[in-house]
Design a protein around this ligand. Structure first.
Ligand code: RB5
Length: 148
């Protein structure tokens, strides 16, 4: 599994912690930045992560900002992305099993580091269940071209 990861200035420290976790487990990743805590605009960093997941360069993505909200809104505007904004372990698990989320968004100003890392681990390990959930994923995809 190859992970695309990025943050804005408000999520930079957690991005670095997650990269340490990925390295410790020999999980491949692409760091789309930023390189430090200089103020940046989160859509500029959500975009390359989302694109890399949609085009298959990476399997899944992780985005961190202050709240996770801006990153999740931005990522979900890219067709093919199902970005889940998660701040608890239960939804980290279920959003993989039911929604087949391909990007995880979190807020560095919302939860502590220990919980954040547990959420990342849970989300990385959990698998999509398929079955009855697949037709719902198909309906999500259909919404991307809905003009009604
Ligand atoms: C940056 O100050 C902050 O607005 C951003 O990190 C994020 O929380 C936006 O949703």
């Amino acid at each position: 599994m190859k992970i695309a990861i990025a943050s804005d200035h408000g999520g930079f420290q957690y991005k670095e912690k997650i990269i340490e976790l990925l390295q410790s487990q020999n999980i491949e990743y692409v760091d789309f930045g930023p390189p430090d805590e200089t103020s940046v605009d989160y859509p500029d960093y959500a975009k390359p992560v989302a694109k890399s997941v949609v085009n298959g360069e990476c399997d899944r993505g992780i985005l961190i900002c202050g709240t996770g909200i801006g990153m999740s809104i931005a990522a979900n505007k890219v067709p093919g992305i199902r970005c889940a904004l998660v701040h608890d372990v239960f939804t980290a698990q279920v959003t993989r099993e039911h929604n087949n989320s391909n990007i995880l968004a979190m807020g560095q100003r919302v939860i502590g580091e220990g919980l954040m890392l547990l959420i990342v681990q849970t989300w990385l390990d959990a698998e999509f269940e398929g079955g009855r959930h697949q037709k719902r994923i198909d309906k999500l995809a259909a919404l991307e071209s809905c003009n009604e």
